[in-house]
Ligand binder design. Structure first.
Ligand SMILES: C[S@@+](CC[C@H](N)C(=O)[O-])C[C@H]1O[C@@H](n2cnc3c(N)ncnc32)[C@H](O)[C@@H]1O
Ligand SMILES: [Zn+2]
Ligand SMILES: [Zn+2]
Ligand SMILES: [Zn+2]
Ligand SMILES: [Zn+2]
Ligand SMILES: [Zn+2]
Ligand SMILES: [Zn+2]
Length: 498
């Protein structure tokens, strides 16, 4: 919390090399384990020391362990100034109580430090970007006050568009849930609380687990735990773990659901391990007769992770609902009709209980007993509504399954693929006739090669204006994890950039 650009400026002044954004400094590896490092939104910070040639004792400071660039995380705290850590949550919450009692004109928020300011603090933030007149409504929507963390490597914080968030809150309430464990869903958490305080009928409570420490300014420890979902770590130790446990086990575990929307760059396996630990925590509070029951879960993630998620949670199915985000242009509805979002809800709740909004283009398929996208047509051969991406898919009789509309059956590869894919085998044959001694551009079965090139170009143009994710369930999972990771990154990149 005690970030300060001024002090950092002093450290950096006159330095030229070293850590980017913190030049002329080195990490202190053997910091005293008895003194835990303060936390930034990215977890425990690292201790650094300014390398100086002078004789005086260098002053040490804490900075973010994850972000190499100060632009991504400007946390800064001198080692000998550990004020906030001593008081932790209590301090922050007392500060919050003081804050809401101030007259509107004195309620200020420092955007540079991402921190609520009391009048005494103002002087320190004089040269920062400070906004005034922070209303109670704003305080109840911290996800709109704080800027979304956007560091791609550590934490891309994509926040739900109101439409999707309202849909989720209504759905949870219609399904009869009374408690929601929000794992990495700060905006859902605040909307549940907002509805709860406004509407007496809905009495849903919410507990947020998130790595973004900035939220602890706005919530007491019974509604926010600083948590790492990749290793099931509660930063505030046993007390926080107990809060979570009590929340899950209340009412003998009845009426609770976990909703999670992890960063998309995250790996499925560590997340699955963590979620199984949370499930086990919920189960501990059960009597034996309930042992068959599962903790209801909504796991929000891109559709191309379907096979991976179902590998760990075989009872999960993927809903057709497309989750939209505020701060990601490609995940939003376009001005003209729907821009496809690749993000879906994976759940162990029977899909026939989940009504998707007809006005947003979903319909009920009586054969599949679930709501599907309007264009997702029931295939008589597959006996299922097969589309994964919301477009109409076509059945290929050779592959014996439905495939994306942009795919064509390739006689060399013996399965459907994009027209301009490179075929397997020792040589890339001709896509048109399958012969190995020429490419499609010189195929004798087509009058002029120009025609083909033109057709291919056109197809490419058409394609690039549409979606471009080209993996189906079950494919691409049998390589080494390194190439898999790389490929997935590439695929996501390809999708996001198309
Ligand atoms: C893709 S965003 C989802 C936000 C959600 N759509 C919302 O609007 O409420 C991912 C969320 O997970 C949190 N997060 C990222 N890494 C995390 C970690 N290792 N452990 C816990 N939470 C994490 C982020 O702070 C962020 O709130
Ligand atoms: Zn940080
Ligand atoms: Zn400030
Ligand atoms: Zn169907
Ligand atoms: Zn089919
Ligand atoms: Zn085919
Ligand atoms: Zn091929």
């Amino acid at each position: 919390m005690a970030t300060s650009r001024d002090r950092l400026g002093a450290v950096e002044a006159g330095e030229s090399s070293g850590r980017q954004g913190y030049s002329g400094v080195e990490a202190v590896l053997s910091s005293d384990p008895a003194t835990p490092a303060p936390l930034c939104p990215h977890g425990p910070t690292l201790l650094f020391v300014k390398v100086n040639q002078g004789k005086e004792e260098p002053r040490r400071f804490y900075a973010c362990s994850a972000c190499r660039d100060r632009k991504d995380c400007n946390f800064f705290q001198w080692e000998d100034e550990k004020v906030y850590q001593l008081f932790g949550y209590i301090y922050l919450f007392l500060m919050y109580l003081k804050f809401i009692e101030l007259p509107l004109s004195q309620r200020k928020f420092c955007q540079s430090c991402q921190q609520l300011l009391l009048p005494d603090d103002e002087e320190k933030h004089r040269e920062h970007q400070v906004v005034g007149d922070v209303s109670i409504t704003q305080l109840k929507r911290p996800s709109k006050l704080l800027y979304p963390l956007e560091n791609k490597k550590t934490n891309a914080q994509y926040l739900f568009a109101d439409r999707s968030c309202l849909f989720l809150v209504d759905l949870l309430s219609n399904l009869g849930f009374r408690r929601v464990l929000c794992v990495g869903t700060p905006r859902l958490h605040e909307l549940i609380r907002l509805k709860e305080s406004g509407d007496k009928k809905s009495n849903i409570r919410s507990l947020l687990l998130d790595i973004d420490f900035r939220y602890s300014q706005f919530y007491m420890e019974d509604s926010f735990c600083h948590y790492n979902m990749f290793n099931h770590h509660f930063f505030d130790g046993k007390a926080a773990l107990e809060v979570c446990k009590t929340f899950l086990q209340e009412d003998r575990g009845e009426g609770v659901i976990m909703v999670t929307d992890p960063p998309f760059g995250g790996l499925v396996e560590p997340l699955a391990v963590t979620f199984k630990k949370l499930i086990a925590m919920w189960k501990e509070g059960h009597s034996q007769d309930n042992s068959q029951k599962e903790l209801p879960i909504f796991w929000i993630f891109p559709y191309f992770f379907e096979s991976r998620i179902c590998q760990f949670f075989p009872s999960f199915c993927m809903l057709d609902y497309q989750v939209d985000y505020d701060n990601h242009a490609l995940y939003k509805h376009g001005k003209t009709g729907r821009k496809q979002s690749p993000v879906r809800i994976f759940t162990n709740i029977p899909p026939n209980r989940i009504i998707l909004p007809i006005e947003e283009g979903y319909r009920f398929c009586p054969l599949c007993q679930r709501y599907v996208s309007l264009e997702n047509q029931h295939c008589a051969h597959c006996n299922s509504c097969t589309s994964k991406d919301g477009r109409k898919w076509n059945h290929c009789f050779l592959c014996k399954k439905c495939v994306k509309p942009s795919w064509i059956h390739c006689s060399i590869c013996n399965h459907c693929a994009l027209p301009d894919h490179s075929c397997k085998g020792p040589k890339d044959g001709c896509f048109i006739c399958g012969a190995l001694d020429h490419k499609r551009s010189t195929c004798p079965n087509i009058s002029t090669s120009k025609k083909v090139n033109k057709a291919v170009r056109k197809q490419k143009q058409r394609k690039s204006s549409k979606m471009k994710m080209d993996t189906t369930k079950g494919q691409s999972m049998n390589h080494t994890s390194v190439t898999r990771k790389k490929k997935r990154r590439e695929r996501t990149h390809q999708y996001l950039c198309s």
